[in-house]
Structures are given as C-alpha cells and as structure tokens.
Design a binder for this molecule. Structure first.
Ligand code: SF4
Length: 362
C-alpha cells in the first residue's frame, strides 16, 4: 500500500502545483488570514467567500483589530454569509488569543481546538497550512475523494465511518508538505472529483482510483436523501415613529443569532398575514398596531427553509412598547439602518426603506 500512497502523494502534489486556483488566502502563511478563510469556507463555496474575505482583511487586517471590534461591526461584515455563530465565535476566540495568549495564534491542533468555533477539521487546516504541522483534514470534499479513491462505502455520517476516513486521511498525508497536500485533496474534490459528473479523465489519480477503474465513482460515497426545504410564511411590520423605525435584535444563541430584524413572526394555520402580524406584535411588543398598507412580499430561500415574508407598513395604536422576546431593541433613523446586520430577507426591507426615505413623513 505504501508505494500506492507515495504515487498518490506525488501525482496529487504535482497536479496541485500546476493547477491550483489563485485564491487570496493562498498567498499568505499568516495564521490569522488562514483562520479567516477556513471559518468562512465552512458550509460556503469559494466564489461566495472571496469578496467577504477581502472585505474582512481590509477591515480587520490583524487579529487584534478583530478582537477590539464591536460585535455589531463584525456581524455586519458577515451579513449574508449565514451560520452567524461562526462570526460570533471567531470574535470571541480572537479576544482570547489577544488577551490570554499574547496575540499568538496557537500552533498545535489541541491549542487551536481549545478556542471557540474551532473543531478538528479547522484546527487541522490552520495547523497544517500555516504552521506545517503533520496533521490531516477531513471535510466534505476530502471524504468524497477518499471514498472514491479507495472504494470506501462510507460517507462519515456515523462515528465509526468518520473514524475510518480520518485514519485514511492520516495514512495518506504527505509528511513533507502536509499543508499543500491537505489543500490539494480539498482542491481536487472541489474542482475535479465533484459530487456529480467527476471529470475523471482529467484527474491525476485516475490510474489508482478504485471506483474509476470499476466504473462507478458517482455511487461513492452513498448519499442521504435531503429533506426538501420547509416552507414557512411570516409577517413583519415596518413600524415608524418620528422618522425612526423599530428594530430588534434576535436572541444570540438562536438561529441567525445576534442579527437585527423587523418585528413579526410565523403565520398560524387559517390566520391571515395581517392578523398574524397584529397577534405577533401584541405577543412580542405588548402593544397594538394599525396596518396602513402592504409594503411588499419577499420570497427567500435559506439553507433550512423557504420563507414567504409579508411586509406591512404600520403605526402604533396601543400603549407603550414592552418588547419581551429580543436581546435588545431600538428606534433607528432610516439613514443609520444600514449599520445593522439583518438576515437576507430583512435586507430587502432595508433597501425598500432606503429607496423611500425622502417620502416617509411619519
Ligand atoms: Fe475522483 Fe474520478 Fe479522480 Fe477517482 S478518478 S479521484 S472518482 S475524479
């Protein structure tokens, strides 16, 4: 087996040296920059990450800058990238490194894994790429490549199969160039050994790939049928007072935690969007509203669900606000609204308001 492994390493690294994409985080060994890229790349495609990465490095060029930044600014920069706990944990971890570790990013897998938001994969990626530590990585791309190369009928969805794939990644690792080797495996999975229609005829490993030689790479790894995204209907209110609009911050530990939003909630069966909004405002803000008109209907697909958002212009018709289900709340002038991070569907309401600022009188 070891000569097969050697052949794979040699061919894969030669292919990587020649064919790797020129990505902004590949021009540095700065552990902070590698860390930024690895956190952003979790669950997110490279082409989406590039502009976010560039803006991030421009705004927070060093770990100290991130550690000292207000959370609002951090989340605003992350707006649209999803999985917001990544940004909040990154900020927490940066603070720990700046205050408790003398500003030095840990150069061991264990040291990295002790920080919030860093799991085994991310620790392995930072340690091998930034510090040359001989440690493997296993993400979705690597799992697919290994599963096809060695005809392993497992996808890492159980702890036993996960363990087996980690072991394979470790056995195969190049001890001479661990960081490049890990990146090469991920690059092959992202560009050649793709989930559907892998381009095996252009693959540097086709002569040793067991599933290619058997003629059935697409059957590996076995895939689980994804449940279709759940459809939900939501109503939200634009409540204006003295040219300011009411917004509230979502609970930090929940879905899209820490982002801001317009008040409202999920429609119940047999409830009209208008009645839903009135009920939600009464429950969440402890007051009544009068609905003036419908502002817009927004359809948006998040990873977990597809939302239809009915948005209404309204004004308060009850007593004082007593918001009870949010982290904090504010009346914000329309010109300052774009300083706050919102979920993608709410960003469309912010744009709607920006286009109408001069026409709003209440
Ligand atoms: Fe993937 Fe095909 Fe290469 Fe095998 S030969 S590793 S299936 S791209």
């Amino acid at each position: 087996m070891s000569s097969v492994y050697q052949r794979i390493r040699r061919k894969l690294l030669a292919w990587y040296d020649k064919s790797k994409r020129d990505l902004p985080w590949r021009n540095t060994k700065d552990p902070y920059c590698i860390w930024v890229s690895e956190i952003m790349l979790q669950q997110t495609q490279v082409k989406t990450v590039i502009p976010y990465y560039e803006r991030w490095i421009k705004t927070f060029p060093t770990l100290e800058k991130l550690a000292g930044a207000p959370e609002l600014k951090v989340l605003k920069l992350w707006e649209g990238l999803g999985y917001y706990s990544r940004a909040r944990n990154f900020k927490k971890a940066a603070k720990i490194v700046a205050k408790e570790l003398g500003g030095k990013v840990p150069d061991t897998v264990t040291g990295l894994q002790n920080l919030p938001g860093i799991g085994r994969y991310t620790a392995g990626a930072i340690a091998s790429i930034a510090f040359g530590i001989k440690t493997p990585v296993l993400d979705g791309n690597v799992k697919r490549v290994l599963s096809r190369l060695f005809c392993i009928n497992e996808n890492g969805s159980t702890s036993a199969s996960e363990k087996r794939l980690w072991q394979k990644a470790e056995d195969l690792l190049s001890l001479r160039r661990p960081g490049d080797f890990n990146q090469a495996l991920m690059e092959l999975g992202a560009t050649v050994c793709t989930p559907k229609s892998p381009t095996c005829l252009q693959c540097p490993l086709s002569s040793t790939c067991r599933t290619f030689l058997k003629g059935d790479p697409e059957l590996f790894p076995p895939t689980k049928k994804k449940a279709p995204a759940k459809k939900i209907e939501v109503s939200a209110g634009i409540i204006l007072k003295n040219k300011k609009v009411y917004i509230q911050q979502r609970a930090k530990d929940g879905l899209m935690g820490g982002l801001w939003e317009f008040p409202g909630g999920k429609r119940k069966k047999d409830e009209s969007p208008e009645d839903c909004l009135k009920r939600e405002i009464r429950e969440e803000l402890g007051t009544d509203i009068a609905i003036l008109n419908k502002a817009m209907t927004i359809k948006h697909t998040y990873t977990q669900f597809r939302v239809t958002l009915h948005v209404f212009n309204c004004c308060l018709s009850g007593g004082r606000l007593k918001p009870s289900e949010c982290e904090q709340w504010k009346w914000v002038s329309l010109k300052h609204l774009d300083k706050y991070p919102f979920p993608a569907a709410n960003v469309k309401i912010v744009k709607y308001l920006a286009d109408r600022t001069s026409a709003i009188n209440c």
